[in-house]
Design a protein around this ligand. Structure first.
Ligand code: BMA
Length: 856
């Protein structure tokens, strides 16, 4: 009998290029690690994120690399030597690795997502050091060879190149439309030496919170390796014991069903707390604890509601947690770095915290990246952010040769097992846009054919992966969690707005619609939509080789262009700018601002117009919107609303305002009524506004609506009225409040085109929401430069006070100091109103700069 011991093998690692005779082993940068990090640390390559260095270091991905270390054998008594097993556990090797221990090959891998365990009991030296060597072959070259080996497969993809489809490695390593091509390799996750006679090899559970929310059935399960059989389950909450039970394992499996009365339920942020219970399984032999595993879990009832609605076709698609329907505003997540081993736990927490601070409820872990680190999901559990988890396939026609399917099955099972205890994960999806790729290439997909074996014979064989292998794995391992074949999926095809989720890319990609028309582009759940914007100037300075003094420090420079990987990005950014704003590429800072204003307006209108369709019980026409994308993996111009250095773009704040507990929406439309059938000249024109309120709280409220109007060119207030009093905004839905013509002093002189409409919600005299509606496109408005723009930081440095004598569009607060953050930004100002913005980290002396549309 021996206590289960885990010893990290993380010391003395060295590496070198494997096919270079005279290469010397050099120290690694950290552990776990990858080859780029190690080459950077040894000054062999420059920082790949700077300038165009990416181009010069492509060779790294086409040569083999070797990693080596030594570690001592565990000291064991003769008795122990007879009883124990010693295992080398590799949590992740990227990707084609051959592992040699003391000169003997012990493992070959081809999937970076699969953790491996090798029994090395007989391979270890009795005394002294063991030598562990891992050689990584080029995943790119290996992928190319697989393409040639299976020439009959209809290879093809968007982003990267087809060799990625054959290799089970993070797909974005091949380059994406927001990321560089950096083919990493190396031991990217920890390696441990484990010594045990018996151990708890897995600990998991199923839970069922009753509809009444009063009781939860909780089945704890443990798998045991070795011959010990006594397993003690302990459940605790905040250090207090909740339940405990000791059971006997049978054939390596122990389980006990607990009934937890009045469970403390886990909620998404803003809907309740995030209590996390601890569950520990202790393996006992001869009265001693020899192995232990603990996991935190949350009890919640999570459902995806897909049912018919009143007055609209199709079915809903919304999440309901503990019986509360949630309008899921959130975003899509890509890996937060090209070099994942250097992402700290703190950074994951900072990201998730930022998502929560942005009033968002959900993150979708997109299928072209990785099954994220535990720290990421821990942060989501603790902070209360729901997770939509994709399996790791994206934008292509994946193969299905037998070894591949075998690997995918293990990968799916292992990763579901690693993540299934997280209460934040409420849905798994088979892939990202692979069904869209199938549609675009006209690959065979017969919905009526339910025989999986037939799918393998088609030119879209990966259907077998999404609808059989992954579906089976989920059914077996996480029967309580909804599994969706892909994102998007549902209805007659992936663009069907009435069933399932959609990716709405007809703004930016596709037909390049105006973002003002987002209302027509709604779906039951929009799991992707987006618009690009330049990142903060400080972020651009970080990648320009000469920083602020770089001759390429301008909007259209070749280095700045290089840091945008999207097809046609110059034209598309220009298109949306030119349609909406008076703008110029210089000064650069103002140009960056304009792109961010454009993105902010675009994304906020999607949120606003789609949330309007969250109309309460039986009318949940749209159940959520996830913006593509929250983050970046390097400093780049992309769709991200927060850049690589966690600097929010202005869209972060406009989205945050839209997802506030209470918000107001206003639209303006022109209506033309000809006097008779033939006239073109005698046409009556009215400009109507519609106003609605979105109450995402769980309490009905009574409010008053005040509307004001201003002349944008003179600043004069032309209208002010309480248009509706003491009306009800029912809980958890959007409600239409009023519609009327834009108030003007004189009719038929196009006064509407310079009239800014401000709508305010008041509750017991207190302003609880505001929204400023502008004539569009904004480029036609004669915006004024205020002479009395008052922007003042309070004495305690906690609030900025803003006012002006003219309407000001998109007033941005800027500060050189990154430690200072604003609670809100890019606010619209109207005369006679003081807007207060909360600040963190500032002193009275802090210098705050401003910028607005039309300033230069
Ligand atoms: C969607 C995503 C990504 C891509 C983005 C922008 O299709 O799934 O593949 O980066 O659009 O083009």
């Amino acid at each position: 009998m021996s206590k289960h011991t885990i010893i990290p093998v993380d010391q003395h690692w060295t590496f070198k290029q494997a096919d270079k005779k005279d290469a010397k082993f050099l120290p690694v940068a950290q552990f776990p690690t990858n080859v780029h990090l190690d080459l950077i640390a040894n000054s062999i390559i420059p920082d790949p994120f700077i300038g165009k260095n990416e181009n010069d270091i492509q060779w790294i991905g086409e040569v083999p690399w070797v990693y080596k270390t030594t570690f001592p054998s565990p000291t064991l008594s003769t008795e122990q030597r007879r009883n124990v097993t010693v295992v080398l556990a590799f949590d992740g090797l990227d990707t084609f690795a051959t592992v040699v221990l003391n000169g003997k090959p012990i493992l070959k891998t081809d999937n970076m997502f699969i953790p491996e365990r090798v029994d090395v009991t007989t391979h270890l030296k009795k005394d002294g050091d063991n030598e562990l060597e891992i050689t990584f072959e080029s995943a790119y070259i290996k992928g190319c060879a697989l393409l040639e080996k299976y020439p009959d497969h209809h290879w093809g993809c968007w982003n990267g190149d087809s060799s990625r489809l054959a290799v089970r490695k993070a797909q974005y390593h091949w380059g994406w439309d927001w990321g560089p091509t950096l083919m990493t390799c190396g031991p990217w996750r920890p390696i441990n030496l484990e010594i045990f006679s018996s151990r708890i090899s897995d600990l998991y559970f199923t839970s069922d919170v009753d509809k009444s929310l009063k009781v939860a059935k909780f089945v704890a399960k443990a798998e045991v390796e070795g011959d010990a059989t006594e397993v003690q389950f302990d459940i605790s909450l905040n250090g207090n014991s909740v339940a405990s039970k000791t059971v006997k394992a049978n054939k390596g499996f122990a389980s006990h069903s607990f009934t937890l009365e009045n469970p403390d339920l886990w909620y998404p942020i803003r809907y309740g707390g995030q209590p996390l219970y601890s569950m520990t399984a202790t393996l006992i032999q001869d009265g001693s604890a020899i192995s232990e595993k603990s996991k935190k879990f949350g009890l919640r009832r999570a459902e995806l509601i897909q049912r018919p609605m009143k007055d609209q076709p199709g079915t809903t698609f919304f999440f309901q947690i503990n019986n509360i329907p949630i309008f899921c505003g959130g975003s899509d997540w890509i890996p937060a770095d090209n070099f994942i081993p250097r992402i700290t736990k703190e950074k994951y927490y900072d990201w998730v915290k930022l998502v929560a601070d942005g009033n968002q409820f959900m993150i979708r872990v997109w299928g072209g990246g990785v099954f994220e680190e535990q720290a990421f999901y821990d942060a989501c559990d603790e902070i209360g952010i729901l997770v939509w988890q994709d399996f790791m396939f994206g934008c292509g026609n994946y193969p299905a040769f037998p070894e591949y399917l075998k690997s995918v099955k293990i990968e799916a099972e292992e990763n579901v097992k690693l993540l299934r205890h997280h209460p934040s994960i409420v849905i798994w999806a088979g892939n990202n846009e692979d069904y869209q790729y199938q549609e675009s290439e006209n690959l065979t997909y017969d919905l009526e054919d339910k025989n999986p074996d037939n799918w393998l014979k088609t030119n879209f064989p990966a259907r077998y992966i999404y609808e059989k292998i992954l579906a089976d794995a989920c059914k077996e391992l996480i029967p309580d969690t909804y599994y969706h074949f892909g994102s998007p999926w549902g209805g007659k095809d992936t663009r069907d707005p009435t069933i399932g989720d959609i990716h709405q890319w007809n703004v930016w990609h596709g037909t390049q619609e105006k973002y003002q028309n987002f209302d027509k582009l709604v779906g039951r759940f929009v799991s992707e939509f987006g618009m690009e914007a330049f990142p903060n100037i400080k972020t651009i300075d970080s990648f320009l080789p000469l920083g602020k003094d770089d001759p390429d420090r301008f909007a259209q420079s070749s280095t700045v262009d290089f840091h945008n990987k999207a097809d046609g990005h110059e034209r598309r950014i220009a298109l949306y700018l030119v349609e909406n704003f008076r703008y110029a590429p210089d000064p650069f800072e103002q140009f960056i601002y304009c792109t961010q204003l454009m993105q902010a307006e675009c994304l906020a209108s999607a949120y606003r117009l789609w949330k309007r369709q969250w109309k309460g019980p039986g009318r949940e026409y749209c159940g959520g919107a996830l913006v593509w994308q929250i983050n970046d993996c390097w400093p780049v111009t992309s769709w991200a609303i927060v850049d690589f250095y966690l600097r929010p773009k202005h869209a972060f704040y406009t989205v945050k305002r839209e997802m506030a507990p209470i918000s107001l929406g206003v639209t303006r439309t022109e209506h033309l009524v000809p006097k008779d059938k033939y006239t073109r000249a005698f046409v009556e024109k009215t400009t109507k506004i519609e106003i609605w309120g979105s109450n995402l709280t769980l309490r009905e409220m009574t409010a008053d609506l005040v509307v004001k109007a201003f002349d944008a060119t003179t600043g004069e207030e032309t209208y002010s009225k309480t248009v509706k009093s003491s009306f009800t905004l029912p809980e958890n839905q959007s409600t239409e409040i009023a519609d009327f013509v834009v108030p003007v002093r004189e009719k038929d002189v196009d006064e509407e085109k310079k009239t800014v409409v401000a709508a305010y919600l008041f509750q017991e005299g207190k302003q609880i929401a505001r929204y400023i509606n502008w004539p569009e496109p904004l480029k036609y408005v004669h915006l004024q430069r205020p002479k009395r723009l008052h922007v003042e930081l309070s004495h305690d440095g906690k609030v900025v006070e803003i006012s002006a004598e003219y309407p000001v569009k998109g007033l941005a607060l800027e500060c050189d100091d990154d430690n200072i953050s604003f609670d809100d930004n890019l606010v619209d100002i109207v005369p006679g109103e003081v807007v207060y913005v909360g600040v963190k980290g500032a002193k009275k002396s802090t210098k705050i700069n401003t910028r607005y549309l039309g300033m230069v």
